[in-house]
Design a protein around this ligand. Structure first.
Ligand code: HEM
Length: 658
């Protein structure tokens, strides 16, 4: 046989680039080694016909195949590259004729050792040469194609590796505590970390972490690293830190989007604050207090002067307080039915009572879903219900409907107009209206419930506050009597009730539990009261939970679990100051948050809740149905979202006082 191909052409050998076919050729009785490098890509395209043809030669020689898997002697064979088929042929006398090693690594390389069969060697070598022939234009095109294929493989592999690394990073596998950083606790579940425990009862979880790690610690919760700071002396630094370092909006935006479908714009925060400063404080608040008084008259006092007998009525206290305050606040802020449209004033008022009650029923449904919705942990059925309710509120509070109302508050109308001027589309402004409803009505009702409940549970407190209310009423020259004209409680009158103020502040200390969260935009240093310096890491969140760290802290408040109506007031009516280790504390209760995110509605909320209690105490006898009633447990799924709610309602009764 002639083997004119015994000319070696070298080409670059790479692990994934080319396969090497080494051929030992029997020439004139002596075995010579010839090698051809076989582009792996071409083999990958057509290995089988070649292999078939070569192996077919053996069959013609009536050889017998012996197959086994092994790692052959071939230099490129290694177990991680693939496996080797070891093929032997035996001639009719049983002598070993040939040995073939087929390398079959990941991509199908082929290589052969042909020991004794000239024909097969020739064939194989020919194939290797034909495929390899580099001067050939067609082949060079083929090689380009193969190179492109290789590049694709490499890109795919790199993508795979980087996604794998990215995934591990997201799961928190590489996160380590750096020098100066707070203790790090990632929990046992990758990425989720402590989410489930945190969700179940944030307060218990944080108490446990505090006793394990101290006052500052970082925990992994649902993919975010939260550094909780429980040292009240650090609060000032955190809430006053510039927005370029600790930003309130990042997580607030996520929540508002998730829960209300509203996407805040740059202008939103300043619009809310401008309108709140104008209408929820100062002179604006005097106007709004009057409007709220008018709503309470519609809802609470409307049938008092009808000469009704003094019969007891029984109700669920939580539901009662929440319903009345929600509806009064809603009517005062979003306006009421125009008498012209309803026919007359009485009908318009009846319409307001009906409509606000329907809205409250739907609001409560949403309110119950709220904590799970905020964590995006609603089961599908509840998710659908939340979606339905959202749309219901977007529609009921739509800009178009709101503008049809009478006496809309300046707080609502100004924000609506300012957002429109800032280019926020109408459908987003509808959603914004819903967000404002929740912000303004989600906490006042539950807080008023707790305040009335604590007063009813503590007769000495009820008497002290009622005496104060009666005194203010007398001094205003008004009288609450059967048949007398309806009273008007003004903002001035509400400013003369230090005991009621203290009782409200004490209630908020016990039941208001917001979580203040900031995104760390730059590494930020934090010095604790003990002098330790920590670094808050960029990309993390820093969080305060004042309910544990200040409001229920026995070093700040004696017997913190007890309701003491006069805890916040000195005998002369001034506000008490609080100290820890001899150092005056600025933050002793933080129901309204702090810093840039302080509740802009706090003065109005205070006025509204006080007005409600003022009217209840001045107009009604009140008592718990069960005098021995235990304080209900709180619903631990709501920690972090404002005022806590009870797990069950409380029966109470009321009747007109005179
Ligand atoms: C007991 C009643 C209330 C409590 C305990 C309360 C508490 C809070 C807290 C803690 C925040 C800040 C949340 C944070 O830092 O992330 C907040 C924000 C807010 N509150 Fe209140 N609030 C109450 C009533 C009201 C009322 C009556 C209004 C309006 C009429 C109102 C309007 C708002 C608004 C608009 C925000 C968002 C502010 C912003 O985006 O910067 N709140 N509230």
């Amino acid at each position: 046989m002639s083997l004119s191909i015994l000319h070696e052409k070298r080409s670059k050998h790479q692990w994934l680039g080319q396969a090497v076919v080494a051929v030992w050729v029997d020439q004139g009785g002596s075995t010579q080694r010839s090698s051809a490098r076989w582009d792996m890509g071409s083999l990958a395209l057509s290995p089988d016909p070649i292999w078939k043809e070569v192996t077919g030669e053996f069959e013609k020689q009536k050889g017998k195949w012996v197959k086994q898997k092994c790692c052959g002697p071939y230099g490129h064979c290694s177990p991680d590259r693939g496996w080797v088929e070891h093929l032997e042929t035996l001639d009719s006398s049983g002598a070993k004729q040939m040995q073939w090693l087929k390398l079959s690594p990941l991509v199908g390389q082929l290589s052969c050792f042909a020991l004794h069969s000239d024909r097969a060697v020739a064939l194989l070598a020919k194939h290797s040469w034909d495929t390899m022939c580099c001067g050939d234009h067609q082949n060079s095109q083929l090689l380009d194609g193969h190179r492109a294929l290789m590049v694709l493989w490499v890109v795919l592999l790199c993508t795979l590796v980087s996604s794998l690394l990215g995934g591990l990073y997201v799961l928190g596998v590489f996160r380590r505590q750096r020098p100066n950083e707070p203790p790090l606790d990632k929990g046992t579940i990758p990425w989720l970390g402590y989410l489930l425990e945190f969700r179940k009862d944030s307060s218990e979880f944080l108490k446990r972490m505090q006793s394990k790690h101290g006052n500052v610690f970082t925990v992994l919760i649902g993919g975010y690293y939260f550094t909780f700071v429980m040292d009240p002396f650090c609060f000032g630094t955190i809430v006053k830190e510039s927005r370029s370092k600790l930003d309130f909006r990042t997580s607030a935006t996520q929540l508002v989007m998730q829960v209300f479908g509203y996407k805040p714009t740059e202008a939103t925060h300043s619009v809310v604050h401008a309108a709140s400063t104008k209408h929820l404080m100062g002179d604006g608040l005097t106007v709004l207090t009057q409007a709220t008084m008018e709503s309470f008259r519609k809802l609470l006092l409307f049938n008092l002067s009808s000469g009704e007998k003094r019969v007891w009525q029984e109700e669920n206290l939580f539901h009662y307080c929440y319903s009345i305050i929600f509806r009064a606040g809603y009517l005062a802020l979003y306006g009421s039915e125009p008498p012209g449209r309803a026919g007359n004033k009485e009908r318009a008022e009846e319409q307001d009572r009906l409509h606000s009650n329907q809205l409250f029923q739907e609001f409560r449904k949403y309110d119950r879903l709220f904590p799970h919705l905020a964590f995006a942990l609603l089961p599908p059925k509840d998710k659908r219900e939340a979606e339905r309710l959202k749309r219901h509120f977007w529609n009921m509070l739509s800009v178009k409907k709101v503008w049809q109302k009478d006496s809309i508050s300046g707080w609502i109308s100004d924000q609506e107009q300012l957002l429109a001027e800032n280019g926020v589309p109408e459908y987003m402004r509808d959603r914004f209206m819903f967000m404002l409803l929740w912000a303004s009505q989600g906490n006042t009702g539950p807080t008023a419930f707790w305040l009335l409940f604590y007063l009813l549970k503590h007769p000495e407190a009820l008497k002290a506050v009622r005496d104060e209310v009666d005194k203010v009423m007398r001094e205003s020259g008004q009288e609450v009597k059967a048949g007398s004209p309806p009273v008007t409680v003004t903002r001035d009158m509400l400013n003369q009730t230090p005991l009621l103020d203290s009782a409200l502040e004490e209630t908020l200390r016990l039941v208001a539990a917001p979580m203040l969260v900031r995104a760390v935009l730059e590494d930020t240093a934090l010095r604790t009261s003990s002098g330790t310096e920590f670094t808050l890491r960029r990309g993390d969140r820093v969080a305060l939970f004042p309910h544990i760290s200040v409001q229920m802290n026995p070093e700040i408040h004696e017997e913190p679990h007890k309701f003491k109506y006069d805890r916040f007031v000195n005998p002369d009516g001034t506000r008490k100051e609080f100290y820890r280790n001899g150092k005056k504390l600025k933050f002793v209760s933080m129901p309204w948050g702090a810093g840039v995110s302080t509740c802009p509605g706090r003065f109005f909320a205070t006025a509204e809740m006080k007005l409600f209690v003022f009217l209840m105490l001045s107009h009604f006898d009140l008592e718990l149905v069960n005098e021995e009633e235990e304080t209900p447990a709180i619903d631990s799924s709501r920690w972090g979202f404002g005022t806590m709610q009870p797990v069950r309602d409380i029966r109470f009764r009321y009747r007109p006082r005179f």
